[in-house]
Design a protein around this ligand. Structure first.
Ligand code: EPU
Length: 419
């Protein structure tokens, strides 16, 4: 099993390009199931989760051709199965995103229930209630969601009782080919939801309000092909900026949309980082100083993202002062804390709050990744720590960070993949 070996303690310096967004790519690939024709998707990130979603589309009968620049051509006219099997869904929860598109276009879908995961129970009840509200018959049977509708789904007003990103995306995709108008209230406002809406509109959908709490979808009969480029990954971008901050370095990230990173950039500036923002780049410079600790409360966009919580916990663990990190989205998203403690971090967890007393330095240690963002935080801690850190189970990191060891080496890190 691959591991990452890091010899830490070097300030990172240099510039890197940020890849396309994982959490925009996954729904956009799933949305290809709605399109009766050929479409091209560019700026796809080179990630395990993207390969898994493409494998799932392949099982459903979609024809895909990937070129060397990771642009994929997708033909959705050859679909011959409406079943997303357990074997694939259990490896990636985002597989649930095929439910809305299959049901909407073909009147039927069978998707395995994803089950729990390392960061909490993560139910999909809101996705299912949304399909029912649009007129589908949905039963849970043998670990599968079986959804059916006679004729087309019917547009309606849906009030989400809590904000869910993939739930909003699934309902929005289902509503695209429904009869009449659907209004989603309390919708997720994440940039990845907006990117999906832009993609769907490019293919002929009529969606307005994405990026606000109310999304309005006027159903159309058919989507046809087109081409689209995915937005940059704001979480990958934020992670590399934290790599600069935690090592008292100077890092420039390119090909990003700084306007969708406001809360993270604001917190980074509170650590004492000097931040310069261009049209599609951000430069972080610590001027060699140790970061100051910052309090963090995760919440849906535009607030501070839960997907950056673990990275900021690593940053706070070596920062000057004591911080309070509150996780409001997932029940079990502090697994990294126990590994950071093994590197000398002084963190205590009380319910959904971690209290972090910054220590002068961490010590390298063998550590184990438990989920994607937790593994990123261990790599960051390893970059700052004295001595060698060996991060095990890095298949988690390959799900969401493209060529992380190459990108970090480009910034001067001493990091290698070993088996
Ligand atoms: N929830 C329910 N019922 C539902 C749906 C969600 O109770 O039917 C709860 C969840 O259990 C959670 C909260 O609602 O407590 C919010 O979860 P959400 O549905 O928004 O999460 P998600 O859509 O499953 C996406 C990202 C996650 C990211 C969250 C929050 C994708 C593919 N995944 O998950 O990304 O953490 O939104 O921003 O977009 C990651 O990239 O590492 C990652 C986990």
């Amino acid at each position: 099993m691959d591991k990452l070996l890091i010899r830490g303690g070097k300030p990172l310096e240099g510039e890197i390009r940020i890849s396309g967004s994982k959490n925009a790519a996954l729904p956009i690939l799933a949305a290809s199931l709605l399109v009766d024709g050929t479409m091209k998707v560019g700026n796809l990130p080179h990630l395990k989760d993207v390969t898994t979603m493409m494998e799932l589309l392949g099982i459903l009968g979609v024809r895909e051709t990937l070129d060397e620049s990771y642009q994929v051509q997708i033909d959705g006219s050859t679909i011959n199965s409406l079943v997303a099997p357990y074997e694939l869904v259990r490896t990636m929860r985002a597989s649930i995103l095929v439910l809305g598109p299959l049901l909407s276009r073909f009147g039927e879908a069978t998707v395995s229930l994803p089950g729990g995961c390392a960061i909490g129970p993560r139910p999909v009840d809101i996705h299912i209630d949304g399909m029912r509200a649009l007129g589908a018959d949905v039963v849970l049977d043998n670990g599968y969601i079986r959804a059916k509708v006679h004729g087309r789904l019917k547009g309606t007003e849906i009030n989400l009782n809590l904000i869910t990103v993939t739930g909003t995306e699934n309902i929005m995709m289902a509503a695209v080919l429904a009869e009449g108008q659907t209004v989603i209230n309390n919708a997720a406002q994440e940039p990845e939801v907006v990117d999906l809406a832009h993609f769907l509109n490019e293919m002929g959908a009529e969606i307005s309000g994405a990026g606000t709490s109310q999304i309005i979808i006027n159903g159309v009969k058919q989507l046809s092909g087109g081409s689209y480029n995915i937005i940059s990954d704001r979480i990958e971008a934020g992670t590399y900026l934290v790599a600069g901050a935690i090592t008292a370095g100077k890092v420039k990230i390119k090909d990003v949309q700084p306007q969708i990173m406001t809360s993270v950039l604001e917190q980074l500036s509170h650590t004492g980082a000097n931040i310069e923002i261009g049209e599609d780049w951000v430069l972080l410079d610590m001027h060699g100083n140790r970061p100051k600790s910052v309090d963090v409360v995760t919440a849906p966009y535009p607030a501070f993202p839960t997907d950056m919580q673990a990275q900021f916990t690593a940053l706070n663990s070596i920062a000057e002062g004591t911080s309070r990190i509150k996780e409001t989205l997932f029940e079990n998203r502090f697994m990294h804390v126990y590994e950071l403690q093994r590197m000398g971090a002084d963190i205590t967890v009380e319910g959904n709050i971690a209290i972090c007393k910054g220590v002068e330095s961490l010590k390298g240690a063998p550590v184990m990744a438990t989920d994607l963002r937790a593994s990123a935080s261990l790599v960051l801690a390893g970059l700052a720590a004295k001595g060698e850190t060996l991060v095990d189970r890095i298949y988690h990191i390959d799900r969401g960070y493209s060529r992380i060891e190459e990108k970090l080496s480009q910034l001067g890190a001493d990091i290698e993949r070993v088996s």
